[in-house]
Write a protein that binds this ligand. Sequence first.
Ligand code: ACO
Length: 367
Amino acid sequence: MATVANSGLEGVVAAETGISLVDGQAGQLLYGGYEIGDLAAHGSYDRVVGLLLDGEWPPSDEVLPAAPLSETVLTALRGLPTSCAPLDALRTAVSAFGAERRMGWPPTPQQARELIALGPAAVGAFARMRDGLEPVDAAGGAQLGVAGRLLYSISGEQPDEAKARALDAYFTVCAEHGLNASTFTARVITSTQSDLASAVCGAVGALKGRLHGGAPSEVRDQLTQIGDVDHAEAWIRDALARGERLMGFGHRIYKTMDPRAAALRSVAERLAADAEWLQLAIDVEDVALRLLAEHKPDRPLKTNVEYYASIVLDGVGLMTDLYTPAFAVARTAGWTAHALEQAEHGRLIRPDSRYVGPPQRPLPAGV
Ligand code: ACO
């Protein structure tokens, strides 16, 4: 069968964007010209939302307005099995919200803000419902930023300041990342003049896979299985010999350390939730990088964002199945910013495929 050398579309420029610069060779990520490490250390997610949607750093540090979940969204969430993946619950909530809100064409920054604000409330409501608890009153979290509101919506309590700050930095780091698979999905959906809620639904689906947003809980499993740095070398050698991938390493674009991993390592160090767990991660990372270089000498496989994301999310007290939903809530900013840009400047995205099936032939006898 003929193969298409670039079937993963690497190297193909499919959009022009002014939202972020992802430089894989230099290991650099800029949102609107601002460096990701500076944004994580000194910015806030709610302001980054303004930067991504409007193109300029917002003059005031107002938080995104919160809104209570509508009866339509709550009914949709209550109709789900409590055993379902919380990311599926988020996708369902976005779908129900979109059906009720009837977002028209073209998408607007206001619609984007509504979808970003929906995320923490929907994830928190589902996390509580599956434990037999009622969703929290949205008014109680109105003064918090989007990240703090996620913690409040889950626990029903005002979040610890250091944890809210750490999660806010994580949200900042995960808000946007160029034309990754889920953002491309959002742009493809928007390119058909579909609505913004549909674009976010599709993007959540694309994020779900373990090669994209599904990795951080697996990083945690990996570290749990290794348990002690003395076991790391044998464990990693075995995994690589079985043809497995080390979660939290490798990236399609970055050929050096993912700058988000460096920013999140600093966040994890500042949070210092579990010093032993962090030290294990740091020590295992060293062993993994050495063995990956041996395993694939011609392909740089470096630490990616998911590695220290797992430490931060664990440190702020999120259950592992809420890691990817937290990522999705944060990334809704990037998805919607790209959808707005696509709607303004883009055309219908419709690539070609090369046919490699059978030549024209008659139907089988008797049909
Ligand atoms: N561990 C071991 N080997 C790896 C790893 C890894 N983490 N990543 C890539 N490789 C190997 C592959 O097995 C492959 O080897 P082969 O040529 O012998 O088959 C080679 O490197 C190239 O791999 P591809 O999948 O073609 O590279 P791609 O650029 O498509 O992969 C990806 C990027 C999916 C992130 C990959 O590195 C991976 O699977 N990493 C582990 C999962 C992970 O951490 N995902 C989170 C990514 S960050 C994000 O999306 C937010």
